[in-house]
Design a protein around this ligand. Structure first.
Ligand code: ADP
Length: 161
């Protein structure tokens, strides 16, 4: 049984994130989508909102479990017997940051490796930050976010009730 952890803020989940989850599912038997509890980061959605929204998006994927975690990612990976961390890379601008985290995680727990998936072309410009900006002005998010996320975002900004 090959298990991987896909960690992130998921504030909120985009079609780019979803694409990474589905591609990782082809490689692993079980994926933990792990939402980090990070008090240093300001988020639009609370941790509970992000957990339930992500869970709603992924509810039909029985091999995917949405969890929240606090502390070191490598400790979480060890606790759930994951052998890999999955991360997505959109452009070279993501690379330096991801490479540094990879090196640290490798030192902290050499038995967990990181698998980097390059963003699919059609999602390569999508980020949580960008979809929040589009939603703020009430524009359609159909091309960027799953329907549940579009609805939650448009509600958050008062464009629908
Ligand atoms: P973090 O705060 O850890 O960067 P994010 O929720 O922003 O969390 O992203 C989680 C992971 O998904 C990161 O590896 C990020 O590079 C990747 N990612 C984000 N958007 C996309 C996308 N459009 N295509 C591919 N990977 C993406």
């Amino acid at each position: 049984m090959k298990t991987a952890v896909y960690p992130g803020s998921f504030d909120p989940m985009t079609l780019g994130h979803l694409d990474i989850v589905d591609r990782a599912r082809c490689m692993f038997d079980k994926i933990f989508v792990a939402i980090a509890i990070n008090s240093a980061k300001t988020t639009l959605f609370s941790l509970e909102e992000r957990r339930s929204l992500t869970q709603e998006v992924l509810k039909d994927r029985k091999d995917v479990e949405v969890v929240t975690f606090e502390g070191l990612l490598t400790d979480f990976a060890r606790d759930v017997n994951a052998t890999a961390i999955v991360r997505g890379i959109r452009a070279v601008t993501d690379f330096d940051y991801e490479y540094a985290i990879y090196q640290v995680n490798r030192q902290l727990n050499p038995s967990v490796d990181t698998v980097f998936l390059l963003a699919s072309q059609k999602y390569s410009f999508i980020s949580s930050t960008i979809i929040k900006e589009v939603a703020r002005y009430g524009k359609s998010l159909a091309e960027y976010a799953p329907p549940e996320v579009s609805e939650a975002l448009l509600k958050k900004f008062g464009h629908i009730v």
